[in-house]
Design a protein around this ligand. Structure first.
Ligand code: HPA
Length: 273
């Protein structure tokens, strides 16, 4: 069996497992990054699936990533939430990392909200800020669409001129105003990690972007391939000026501190989409 056929069968299997257990599909997908999983407490009538019970789903190995797919409603919108994501640095392929986005697409998701923790590369972006992602730079050296293309799923060559939907960005800006959140905007650059950046890398990256992280881009590429509208929200957890060494614990603590603000913002956005 060729790869295209194999992936089709896997998706069919995964979809059957989920649709046998939920009523209908979902319209909006949400991916929650490090320390940002709290939104699932706002889901009404949630159906919770641990990643390790879902056929063909990768398993999350990172501390701070719960590893559940939660399907239900928020603000009367049918949502499918990934509480915890997969990273390239865990050893998955870029395609593997974005497999869940294909599953979300087959569940009916046409709008994807992606969240992540990120390091600041711009002086006015401080720990605790939320930055709406206006565009990205993929410096991971890989792309989830490398390999044979299934023309029934998406095009071989994918336009990325509006990878982050302007309409959703406007809704996020309006929601932030309404909620009193000082929403920043900027370009996200993705590296593989798991190392954080050297000072020389920070200097280099700050000339091409505003915030740096180790995720988001593979999922956003897959979402664009599938024709979804994407909104990206990065929580700034650290700045290069900090005079101490950076740790994952610090990133988690800072992300958790901003979690409430992010949840408020996402719920307000969901009311408007
Ligand atoms: N670099 C890369 N990824 C991150 C950072 C960072 O400084 N902070 C949170 N995720």
């Amino acid at each position: 069996m060729d790869l295209i056929e194999q992936v089709r069968l896997n998706i069919k299997d995964t979809l059957k497992f989920l649709t046998d257990r939920i009523a209908g599909g979902a319209d909006i997908g949400i991916i929650l990054g490090s320390g940002l999983g709290g939104l699932v407490d706002s889901v009404e009538r949630p159906k919770v699936f641990a990643y390790n019970e879902i056929p063909h789903f990768p398993q999350s190995t990172t501390v701070g990533h719960a590893g559940n797919l939660v399907i239900g409603t928020i603000a009367d919108k049918k949502v499918a939430i990934m509480q915890g994501r997969f990273h390239y640095y865990e050893g998955y392929t870029s395609t593997g990392v974005s497999f869940p986005v294909r599953v979300l697409g087959s569940l009916g998701v046409r709008t994807l909200i992606v969240t992540c923790a990120a390091g600041s590369l711009r002086p006015d972006l401080k720990a605790g800020d939320i930055m709406a992602i206006t565009d990205h730079v993929n410096l991971m050296g890989v792309n989830p669409l490398i390999g044979p293309n299934d023309d029934e799923v998406g095009p071989r060559f994918v336009d990325m001129s509006e990878a982050y939907d302007r309409g959703l960005l406007k809704i996020a800006e309006d929601s932030a105003k309404g909620e009193g959140v000082d929403l920043k905007e900027g370009v996200y650059v993705a590296l593989t990690g798991p190392t954080y950046e050297t000072p020389a890398e920070v200097r280099f990256l700050s000339t091409i972007s505003d915030a740096v992280g180790m995720s988001t881009v593979p999922e956003v590429i897959m979402a664009n391939y599938l024709g979804m509208r994407v909104l990206g929200l990065a929580v700034i957890t650290n700045t290069p000026e900090a005079k101490h060494k950076l740790s994952h614990d610090e990133v988690l603590v800072e992300a958790q501190k901003s979690s409430e603000k992010l949840i408020k913002l996402i719920i307000s956005i969901l009311q408007k989409v």
